[in-house]
Write a protein that binds this ligand. Structure first.
Ligand SMILES: [Zn+2]
Length: 84
């Protein structure tokens, strides 16, 4: 048992953590969720959108203001797929 007094480190207190997965966020990150959690959250809406609209990956990225690479990752991972 240590009897030394502790103090809150100024630097670490400024590090934010994602409320979704607990991952440390970049200091300048806006919001409480990391990008991954944010995208996962949006996936539900994207799914609905793709289901009811005839759109390209570019239009989806545009509509949701998402990076195109995220849409492409979802396609690669099988969450979304191209039409025949
Ligand atoms: Zn997260």
């Amino acid at each position: 048992m240590s009897l030394r007094r502790i103090r809150l480190d100024e630097n670490t207190s400024r590090v934010k953590h994602c409320t979704g997965c607990g991952k440390a966020l970049p200091r300048r990150h806006e919001g409480d969720l990391c990008d991954d959690c944010l995208y996962n959250l949006m996936y539900k809406d994207v799914k609905e959108f793709v289901l009811h609209n005839d759109v390209t990956e570019l239009e989806v990225a545009d509509h949701f203001n998402l990076p195109l690479e995220v849409i492409q990752r979802w396609i690669r991972e099988g969450h979304l797929s191209y039409k025949e």
